[in-house]
Design a protein. Structure first.
Lengths: 292, 277
């Protein structure tokens, strides 16, 4: 792992009291490789390592740590800081129904996350209603209705309506009548480069005036994370990120890439297929995971 | 890259960036860059415009002798098992392959062995109708091995040409779920000698280096005979298959390039590698 690699790098340099330009060079190379192996984007890794170099050079090595551990400490602190220093909760302020939109690529976990969020909010005494706005994927509406039944949360769906825009505006009316204070809108997976479908999302945004547009991203996403996230953010303006499938063994470097390129907070992580598998995001845990 | 007069540090950095951002991964990229550096050192390569061509050939070598074709007539019923982690495109890819085979005149049967996920069976049933092929299914929560067993009994009796089996997405790290998959494979083998004839691991082109861990574990536990790379219609290059082929020597059989029934193509290394650059 990285600690072992760095300790090896510094083995020949022990007894030195300071981190210098020279002994840092090789160490930072190992850090950059670790980040790339963890799927952090090429440019993000480069910038990150440059920032670490700035911070590290000239630093006194604490007597309680090896130089390798000292570098890891700096890296961990910086990575944790970048990932988001404190948990940012959902924005639920305003006149009901509060709208939360879930968007992202195909298969990232939006529909499942919608139900997890609904269960999470219901536990906190909210009255959420999910909206089945994916009219494209076979049995998508079926899927959301089934999940809604599992957690006893209402689902607004219209099997005869082919326009997500109409479904969403009707859902607003339904929520008001039905006494739901939060609407969780599940949208169809789409490519960030699909102009028509991205415009559809913009229309849904106008109709829903959502408090949150959550970008749902797969923790195992590679270098492409930067392209996708920046496109969704620039076209829609996302307010937060949910990183799913964290129960696998992906290092999750996409988290840093997405955070760096959008500046938006990671609010939750998905940790399994069951509907209670939604956790608050802890930047320090994510940092250790990325560094491996 | 082509504007350079000589192969220097900057050019190698540019190439490193192209390979890494295409998801080839650190190890494969280092191997390729070392190979280039060595050729330059031995004066066998000194023109920047030849560099890209050299790299393309080196990458294509990783796919060498890994045939993309599947001979669906080599067994009857020819049984293909689809496996992979959650959300990568297994169910949709089965639909596409079924459509392709049906248009080649084959009698195809789909098996809805994902008895776990909400509306998974309904999703496959819908696709079966669109593709014009039958789907064998039971209730949600049924034992997937039992569904497979019954489907194969029927396939043999009715002389079906090709059976495509859909399984639930699962993390390769979950021991009990991998055991479930192993049991499905055993049941297939008991019912049809020599089956499954193909075990296709479905990988999402947007996946990063975790694809290697997925491939390793599925291969170790199940044995895989081919890869199916989906979502290449996005901006991801899918370079992860280079690392997987390099290490496991498993061929890429098909690529998925969209969400409709025609969006499945046989894998072509030349086209794939060109797109990386
Ligand atoms: N292991 C694991 N699986 C997950 C998680 N979140 C979602 N899934 C699974 O990932 C697969 C895809 O989830 P969906 O909710 O259908 O994804 P989606 O984004 O709605 O997909 P599209 O609507 O087709 O774009 C399903 O098998 C889910 O059970 C998670 O945190 N962990
Ligand atoms: N753009 C694009 N989308 C794809 C492709 N293949 C599948 N999809 C989409 O990816 C999403 C997930 O596909 P599924 O077939 O449900 O994936 P799966 O592996 O069966 O998912 P689970 O059974 O939940 O594990 C759907 O929205 C599909 O339409 C592809 O090649 N390109
Ligand atoms: Mg969905
Ligand atoms: Mg499926």
């Amino acid at each position: 792992n990285l600690t072992e690699k760095l300790n090896r790098v510094f083995k020949t340099l022990r007894g030195q009291g300071k981190l210098t330009e020279k002994n840092i060079q090789e160490a930072l190379r190992e850090v950059r490789l670790a980040l790339l192996e963890a799927d952090v984007h090429y440019k993000v890794a480069k910038n990150f390592v440059a920032a670490i170099r700035e911070r590290a050079i000239g630093q006194e090595v604490l007597s309680s740590l090896t130089p390798g551990q000292q570098v890891i400490k700096i890296v961990n602190e910086e990575l944790t800081r970048l990932l988001g220093e404190e948990a940012v909760p959902l924005d639920l302020m305003g006149r009901p129904p509060i709208c939360l939109m879930l968007v992202g690529l195909q298969g990232s976990g939006k529909t499942t996350t919608a139900a997890k969020l609904a269960a999470h909010l219901k536990k906190r005494n909210h009255r959420p209603c999910m909206v089945a706005a994916d009219v494209y994927r076979p049995a998508a509406i079926d899927q959301l209705i089934t999940l809604g039944n599992q957690i006893d949360v209402s689902v607004y769906a219209d099997l005869d309506e082919k326009k997500p825009e109409k479904i969403c505006s009707d859902a607003l009316g339904f929520a008001r009548q039905n006494g739901n204070n939060i609407l969780i809108v599940d949208t169809a997976g789409r490519l960030h480069i699909d102009t028509e479908l991205m415009e559809e999302l913009q229309r849904l945004k106008e109709i829903l005036e959502p408090n949150e547009i959550l970008f749902v991203a797969d923790a195992m996403t590679g270098q492409d994370a930067v392209n996708v996230a920046s496109e969704f953010d620039s076209e829609l303006g996302i307010t937060g990120v949910v990183l799913t499938k964290m129960d696998g063994d992906a290092r999750g470097g996409a988290a840093l890439s997405i955070r760096e390129v959008t500046g938006k907070p990671i609010k939750f992580i998905g940790t399994g297929e069951k509907l209670d598998a939604l956790e608050v995001f802890y930047p320090d845990r994510m940092s250790s995971r990325i560094l491996g | 890259v082509l504007g350079k007069k000589q192969i220097d540090e900057d050019l190698l950095d540019e190439l490193e960036e192209i390979l890494i951002t295409a998801d080839l991964g650190v190890r494969t990229t280092q191997e390729l860059i070392s190979s280039v550096t060595e050729k330059v050192r031995r004066k066998e390569l000194n023109q920047p415009d030849k560099l890209k061509e050299y790299l393309k050939e080196e990458i294509k070598n990783y796919f060498f002798n890994l045939p993309a074709e599947i001979d669906f007539s080599s067994a009857k019923p020819f049984v293909t098992l689809f496996i992979g982690v959650n959300g990568v495109g297994k169910t949709t890819s089965i639909a596409k392959l079924a459509y392709m085979l049906k248009n080649e005149g084959k009698e195809v049967m789909l098996v809805a062995a994902d008895t776990f996920r909400a509306a998974a069976i309904e999703q496959l049933v819908h696709w079966g109708e669109k593709a014009g092929v039958e789907v064998v299914r039971q209730k949600i929560g049924a034992d997937p091995s039992a569904v497979v067993f019954d489907a194969l009994t029927s396939a043999v009796a009715r002389e079906i040409d090709v059976v495509l089996i859909d399984t639930a997405g699962r993390m390769h790290t979950k021991v009990n779920l991998m055991e479930e998959l192993k049991k499905i494979k055993r049941v297939i083998g008991k019912k049809v000698a020599g089956a499954p004839h193909e075990v296709l691991l479905v990988l999402d082109a947007t996946t990063g280096q975790n694809a290697l861990s997925q491939a390793r574990l599925f291969s170790e536990q199940l044995g895989i005979s081919g890869l199916l790379l989906t979502k290449l219609d996005g901006t991801a290059k899918g370079g992860i298959v280079v690392g997987v082929c390099r290490e496991l020597k498993v061929p890429v059989k098909y690529i998925g390039v969209g969400e409709t029934l025609d969006d499945l193509h046989p894998f072509e290394p030349d086209t794939f590698v060109d797109a990386i650059f």
